[in-house]
Each structure stands twice: as structure tokens, then as C-alpha cells.
Design a protein around this ligand. Structure first.
Ligand code: FRU
Length: 497
């Protein structure tokens, strides 16, 4: 960030200029992470949807590459995925140089292969490690009958028992996930529909089916990630997930919320307002799914005050599946590769131990920063609430406020008085979530990644993540700790960027 580009993230993927949204075609190949994404090469709002491209070796520092696939009058290139076709089953490469294969949604314009407005799934391939892309002659490879205007977002996963690829797609406005299978990535056969569970109050978008082991057992389960907009738990866009079984044909969720249940009964990947369209990096090392999500919300993303760029990705995260109190649950953590990169990039660790008395705010002088990774432990010895102000102004009047309330075990991120908010009435003021009960509710640990225009708060060992964008004043760099109705003991550790 600089005074003239004050909200440019230090540790998150952005494009140098112009609009971006969903991550697409996330793949790890030959030591390089590739992120493609929904990108407008010609403007700073949504339109001319193309696939932008950036690469990284550590998931924190990204190098922008030439646009991979550009919108044409015939079709825009909507969200999709990429896999390495190692055995050249598609025949699009050769045994010696197997292709990278992209499945993407063709959103048809004038004179396209299908009527204007139709959406269907298409293939493109690269024989030079993702740098240049050629569209397959036989596109689209998958269309519905009758043709549909909301059939999109293919994401594929290898199903080893059947030795075929399984594609998840949506008919977004019908709240249906449709599964298909293929052995060559070109011919797709219908398997089944998944619907009638969880939140229904908006479009279902960007589905993904992932197999995961259950921590501490040999059980394997399947997890369906699904974005919904609007109708998310924090308002506008959000991401729910379902845990269940997949037999090669059908995904059956267990303990899923009924479609008319309160939103809190569904399972959510994030409780902030800015985490959407996340999907996993195909072939990522480490054995756990590594997700990249868009840190945006369709309620206001088109209006956020950044220029000449708009849109940023969240920090990549690693997922773990654990047995929770009532059902299987996902836990999120900053992906190991990214955390190590943050630790290398940041300043030396600084640690502060302090006790803050009732009603007081204690300025942590050394922790002045626009971007930092904080590890916070708070013991509310007699306090009712405690927390941190980040990006506080010198007069203390504005700050991003993160508060833990002991009685209710809630973690709250309040961005209502943390900088520019007047770009949209839908920029929701605060978001909160309840931690699972523990043996000692007076003690809480938070991991907080603060960047120039975002905060990601991990709490309860990753049971809760709150990801929010916000647009603080350039000069507001203070960090302070506060305690309400009693004392709190803090241990705060930081690395700044
Ligand atoms: C989700 C989404 C996708 C679509 C893409 C278009 O944010 O609406 O469903 O493919 O964005 O940019």
C-alpha cells in the first residue's frame, strides 16, 4: 500500500488494475501455484468476463501473468476449474506433454454456439504450463436440454473407486447442484441432482465436492462446498457446506439443515461478509484441501472505493474435518505454505503481555501497523468483554473493533466506524459468531490477519472465521487492547508487513 493506493493488500492476491471476482482454475503444477480468476481486462467493474492469471510459489506473493482467456462477442468466460490431464485421456496433448485442461462456463453473447444468454460448459487446454490457452473445437462439451441460462461453474474432482472425473455444476436459480461423470474430460454423463437442503434464499453458485478424512479416525467423508447469493449468513453472499457420502453417483448430506430452517442451522465456511466462491487448488501438496476464496460480497463489491483495481482474494486456507458437538464440521486455518510465507515476510515477532483494567484502552505502541499477523490470547479474568482495536485513528475515534463476549462466547468484528463506508448502504456494519463451548470460556485465542483493506479472524481453533473487507484511513495505524467490566490479561504477538 502507498498513500495513493492505500487499500492495496500486502499479502493478498489482487490484479494490478481492473475488476476481479471468483478464483477459477486453481492448480498446483511443477512447483507453481496458478490462480486464474474472473477478470475484466477493460474496466474496474464486472463485465467482459475473462480469465485473469497469477502465479505464486508461496501463496502470498503473486505475479500477474497475461490474461489467459479473453471474453469475445460470442462468449464470456465464466467460472470453472483446471486439472492436469496426466494421462492425456482427453487426447488434447500428448503422452510426453500432457495438457492442462480447463472446464469453464461459456456465457453466450451474439453469434455464439448457443443462443444469447445461454450457459453451458466448455473445455480449453494449455500445452505450455498454463501460459496460453486454446479452446476445444467441440465446445460446448456439456449443455442441458432445454438450454439453460443459469447452468454454470463446473468444478471437477477425481473419483478413484470408479476411475472417473466427477463434475459439480449448478442450475443457480433452481438451487440445484448437478453431478456428471467423464473419463476423458470431453464427454459427460449425468449422475444425479443434489438439492432441498440448507439455505435457499439466493442463487446457488460455485459448487465443489471434496473427499476428506475425518481427523482422528480412518473415516472418509465427502464435503460439498456451495456459495449462495444473496441469502448468506452475514447478508448477501456467503458459503455453506454439507458433509455426507458420495457413492460414485449420488451425494447424500447427513445432518443437513432443512431448507426452511433458520440460517444459523446451516453450516457456513465463514461468518464474515467477504468470503465467496472459494474452491480448492487441484494437486496442492500437503494432503488437506487448500482453498482460495474471493474476499467480496455481491451486495457492494462493485462499489468498494479502490482504484485502479477492485477485488482481492482471501488468504488461502487449509480445511480439516472434525467431529463437532453435534455433527461433522470443518475447521479452517491459514494454509501452511501461506503461513510460513507470512512468517518469512513479516518483521521479527514482537510479544507483549499486558493486563488491561476495566473500561481502559491500552495502546500497544509497538504494534502500529497497516498490515500484520496477530496471535492474541485473552484471559477475561474478571471482564465481561475484551478485544482489540485495529487501524485506530490517533484521536481514538475510529477503529476496526474485534470483541469477545464471555457470557455468549461471541466473537464480533465491527467495521462500522473503521474508515470509508458511504459507498454502499449494503455495506453491513458488523458480523459475529458463537464459539463452540470449551472448558474455559474466559480464555480465548484469536489469530488475526490484518491487511490494508481486510481482516480475517480465526477463532476457536478455526471453528469460526470472520473475513471482512474495510477501508481505513491511511493515517489510522494504531492498535489498542480494551477490557470492559473487569480485567483482562492479554498476550499479543505480531509480525508486521
Ligand atoms: C459467482 C459467479 C459465478 C459466475 C461468475 C461470473 O460469483 O456469479 O456463478 O460463473 O461469478 O463472473
Amino acid at each position: 500500500p502507498t498513500a495513493s493506493d492505500p487499500w492495496r493488500p500486502a499479502a493478498h492476491l489482487t490484479a494490478a488494475r481492473n475488476w476481479l471476482n471468483d478464483p477459477n482454475g486453481l492448480v498446483f503444477h511443477d512447483g507453481t501455484y496458478h490462480a486464474f480468476y474472473q477478470y475484466n481486462p477493460r474496466g474496474n467493474s464486472w463485465g467482459n468476463m475473462s480469465w485473469g492469471h497469477s502465479t505464486s510459489t508461496d501463496l502470498v506473493h503473486w505475479e500477474q501473468q497475461p490474461v489467459a482467456m479473453e471474453a469475445s462477442p460470442e462468449e464470456e468466460i465464466f467460472s470453472g476449474c483446471i486439472v492436469m490431464d496426466t494421462n492425456n485421456a482427453s487426447g488434447l496433448g500428448s503422452a510426453g506433454n500432457p495438457p492442462m485442461v480447463a472446464l469453464y462456463t461459456s456465457a453466450y453473447g451474439k453469434n455464439g454456439a448457443l443462443p444469447q444468454g445461454a450457459q453451458a460448459q466448455s473445455v480449453a487446454f494449455s500445452l505450455d504450463k498454463g501460459t496460453t490457452w486454446e479452446k476445444y473445437q467441440g465446445n460446448p462439451v456439456l449443455n442441458l436440454a432445454p438450454t439453460n441460462n443459469n447452468f454454470r461453474d463446473p468444478k471437477i474432482t477425481w473419483y478413484e473407486p470408479g476411475r472417473y472425473w466427477v463434475m459439480s455444476t449448478v442450475v443457480a436459480d433452481a438451487q440445484v447442484v448437478k453431478l456428471f461423470k467423464s473419463t476423458d474430460l470431453l464427454h459427460w454423463d449425468f449422475l444425479s441432482d443434489f438439492s432441498g437442503a440448507g439455505a435457499q434464499g439466493g442463487l446457488w453458485e460455485v459448487p465443489e465436492l471434496i473427499q476428506m478424512g475425518v481427523e482422528g479416525s480412518t473415516d472418509k467423508k465427502w464435503v460439498m462446498l456451495l456459495s449462495i447469493n444473496p441469502g448468506g449468513i452475514a447478508g448477501g453472499s456467503g458459503m455453506q457446506y454439507f458433509v455426507g457420502d458420495f457413492d460414485g453417483t449420488r451425494f447424500v448430506a447427513e445432518d443437513a439443515a432443512a431448507p426452511d430452517a433458520p440460517l444459523a442451522e446451516s453450516q457456513w465456511l465463514d461468518r464474515g461478509a467477504d468470503y465467496y466462491a472459494a474452491n480448492s487448488i487441484s494437486g496442492a501438496p500437503g494432503g488437506k484441501p487448500v482453498l482460495l476464496g474471493w474476499m467480496g460480497n455481491w451486495d457492494y463489491a462493485q462499489h468498494v472505493p479502490t482504484t485502479p483495481w477492485r477485488g482481492s482474494m482471501a488468504i488461502p486456507r487449509e480445511l480439516t474435518l472434525v467431529r463437532g458437538e453435534h455433527r461433522l464440521e470443518l475447521r479452517s486455518a491459514i494454509a501452511t505454505v501461506a503461513r510460513e510465507a507470512l512468517e518469512r515476510a513479516g518483521s521479527a515477532v514482537q510479544v507483549k503481555n499486558l493486563t488491561v483494567g476495566s473500561g481502559l484502552q491500552h495502546l500497544v505502541d509497538d504494534f502500529t501497523a497497516r498490515a500484520q499477523l496477530l496471535e492474541v490470547e485473552m484471559e477475561l479474568t474478571s471482564a465481561r468483554e475484551a478485544g482489540l482495536n485495529l487501524r485506530a485513528s490517533a484521536d481514538g475515534k475510529s477503529a476496526l473493533r474485534i470483541t469477545y463476549t464471555k457470557d455468549t462466547r461471541t466473537v464480533k468484528v465491527d467495521r462500522s466506524n473503521a474508515g470509508t463506508t458511504n459507498f454502499s448502504e449494503k455495506f453491513s456494519p458488523y458480523h459475529q459468531a458463537t464459539l463452540p463451548s470449551s472448558s474455559n470460556d474466559a480464555k480465548v485465542r484469536l489469530q488475526i490477519l490484518l491487511d490494508s483493506s481486510s481482516v480475517e479472524v480465526f477463532a476457536g481453533d478455526g471453528a469460526i472465521v470472520i473475513s471482512d473487507t474495510f477501508f481505513p484511513d491511511w493515517d489510522a495505524t494504531g492498535t489498542s487492547a480494551f477490557s470492559t467490566d473487569g480485567d483482562t490479561r492479554f498476550t499479543v504477538q505480531t509480525r508486521k508487513f
